[in-house]
Unconditional design. Structure first.
Length: 235
């Protein structure tokens, strides 16, 4: 997938038909009812109706005399960008991850519960996005990285002139670290837990603090504590 620029994302959001995805569980005398543009899965007395809320809501009113009970679930309101189809990835994606459309995820990557990945982001092969991480729009994560639980990689959709975060191969980002827009993190670097990274990080160094500063070069002791586990990336 080619890298998306900010103007392309803005245009996509502006021109998209905003939708309010809805599911309605309905029971009653449903045989022969015309569900129009909505999708209905069920039988003569019970089924699930799904589609955009204006359509589903109108159908519920139209067939009110034949519906004895209903329960409506609305998952989002006036959403511009749908969630992605996760079946297209050769990756491990755990329940509760939220991944928008137009996201690229490499082979054998891992996306854990609660992670949020926004439009235009790219995740490299074998990279783990840990629990409750946030990857903002257009963030680019290299291969064989580990982005720790609760870490935030800033997105750049607004302002439109901002530069995306780029994280090189083999980088470890500790839990609850924050990497601000425009920052580039060099290959093999380590960002300590809780660090706030406001400037570029050279390859092969350890940074810590707020704002983050280089505290040492990556050495054997660091590598022994930060090495990735290949077995966690097997599908």
């Amino acid at each position: 997938m080619k890298e998306m620029d900010t103007e392309e994302i803005i245009r996509l959001i502006r021109e998209s038909k905003k939708r309010t995805p809805t599911r309605a569980f309905v029971s009653g005398d449903l045989k022969g009812l015309d569900w129009g543009e909505a999708k209905f899965v069920g039988g003569a007395d019970f089924g699930v109706l799904s589609g955009d809320w204006p359509i589903v809501g109108e159908l519920l009113q139209r067939h009110a005399s034949r519906i004895t009970a209903s329960e409506v679930e609305v998952t989002s309101r006036n959403s511009a960008i749908p969630l992605t189809d996760v079946t297209r990835y050769e990756a491990r994606i755990e329940p509760g991850a939220i991944i928008r459309d137009r996201v690229e995820i490499g082979k054998n990557a891992v996306v854990m519960m609660g992670a949020v990945i926004n439009i235009g982001a790219v995740v490299g092969e074998g990279t783990m996005i840990d629990m409750n991480c946030v990857l903002g729009g257009r963030a680019r994560i290299g291969a064989k990285c580990h982005i720790g639980a609760g870490a935030v990689v800033a997105g750049v959709v607004e302002p439109a002139s901002a530069t995306p975060v780029v994280i090189g191969d083999g980088v470890l980002v500790g839990a609850n670290a924050v990497i601000l827009e425009g920052v580039q993190v060099g290959a093999g670097a380590v960002v300590a837990a809780g660090a706030v990274v406001t400037e570029d990080v050279p390859p092969g160094v350890v940074v810590a603090g707020s704002p983050a500063r280089v505290i040492k070069r990556v050495d054997e002791k660091t590598t022994s504590k930060t090495g990735i586990v290949e077995d966690l990336r097997k599908i």
